[in-house]
Structures are given as structure tokens and as C-alpha cells.
Ligand binder design. Structure first.
Ligand code: FEO
Length: 170
């Protein structure tokens, strides 16, 4: 990044670099969820498809939120390139397990940036990230709930579609 711009920042330079990495992760999550929506749609899980369309959109919102935070504070935000999105899943349980795994990784990444802000006394960024930490807990819970339900009741094929409907209203 341009040195003059960096000298006039109200948040740490290191944080900006880490947040640009986080933008890539949010964009990847958004694309992954779109692929999951497609798989769910093709396999008759229409409620889960809607769920993942919404999740994809939420992840894009997260990306934009970080993007604007960087720009509003004098940094340069980079539009991410997203490649190698998986479209193949073994089952609906596999879809939700993959989504849970993704959310846990994103949570760890956010927490790492948060702790780095604390180390560098970047209070503004720490406060900004507080919202993401809470949001991640909610998202993990949603995925964990779906994994648990499919693990407990998903052996019977008929049940798979009943669960799909039930999860949409839970
Ligand atoms: Fe914005 Fe759930 O990662």
C-alpha cells in the first residue's frame, strides 16, 4: 500500500492487511454457500437451498462491511478473487458438516485478527470485530444444529426431506 496513505491511518497497517485476507475468506464462504444452494436445489432440498442462498448473501454483506471499514479508515481494500469452489457433496449431512467446518475456520480467523488488534492497541478495529465474533457464534450454532439433526434422524431417506422442511422453521 502507498506509504503516504498508510501514515495517515487511524487503524493499524497490520490490521488492514489481515482484514484484506478476511475479505477473501468471506468471499469464499459466500461462493461456497452458493454452490451448496445449487447442490441442495438439484437434490430436492428446497428449504436448505433457500437457507444457503441467504447465507451466501450474508457472507457477501460481511465482506462489504469489512471492505468499507478499511476504506473509511484510510486504507485500501482489495476485491478478492475466488477460485476452486467445490460443487460435489456426498450427502445433505456432508453439506452441513462442510458449512460448519467453514464457519469454525472463519471464527478462528476473526478471533486471531481480534487478538492481534489487542496486541497492537488498535482499539477501533477491536470494537469493529466484536460484531463479527458474535455473528460467528450464531452462524456456528445454526450449522451445528443442522448437523446434529441430520446425524440423529437422517438415516431414513424419507426423513431427510422432512428434516429439510423442519429446519426451515426452526
Ligand atoms: Fe462471515 Fe460466517 O463468515
Amino acid at each position: 500500500m502507498n506509504q503516504i496513505i498508510r501514515e495517515n491511518l487511524s487503524i493499524s497497517v497490520n490490521t488492514i492487511d489481515l482484514l484484506n485476507d478476511q475479505i477473501k475468506k468471506e468471499a469464499k464462504a459466500s461462493a461456497m454457500y452458493l454452490a451448496m444452494a445449487s447442490w441442495c436445489d438439484q437434490n430436492g432440498f428446497e428449504h436448505s437451498a433457500n437457507f444457503f442462498y441467504e447465507q451466501s448473501s450474508e457472507e457477501r454483506d460481511h465482506m462489504i462491511k469489512i471492505f468499507k471499514f478499511i476504506i473509511d479508515n484510510g486504507g485500501i481494500a482489495y476485491s478478492p478473487e475466488v477460485t476452486q469452489i467445490n460443487h460435489e457433496f456426498a450427502s445433505i449431512l456432508d453439506v452441513y458438516k462442510t458449512a460448519l467446518h467453514e464457519e469454525i475456520n472463519v471464527s478462528k480467523s476473526i478471533q486471531k485478527i481480534f487478538l492481534n488488534c489487542r496486541k497492537e492497541n488498535d482499539v477501533a478495529s477491536e470494537l469493529f470485530l466484536q460484531w463479527f465474533i458474535n455473528e460467528q457464534l450464531e452462524e456456528e450454532q445454526k450449522m451445528r444444529h443442522a448437523v446434529k439433526i441430520y446425524e440423529l434422524h437422517g438415516e431414513d431417506v424419507e426423513n431427510l426431506y422432512a428434516i429439510d422442511k423442519r429446519l426451515a422453521t426452526s
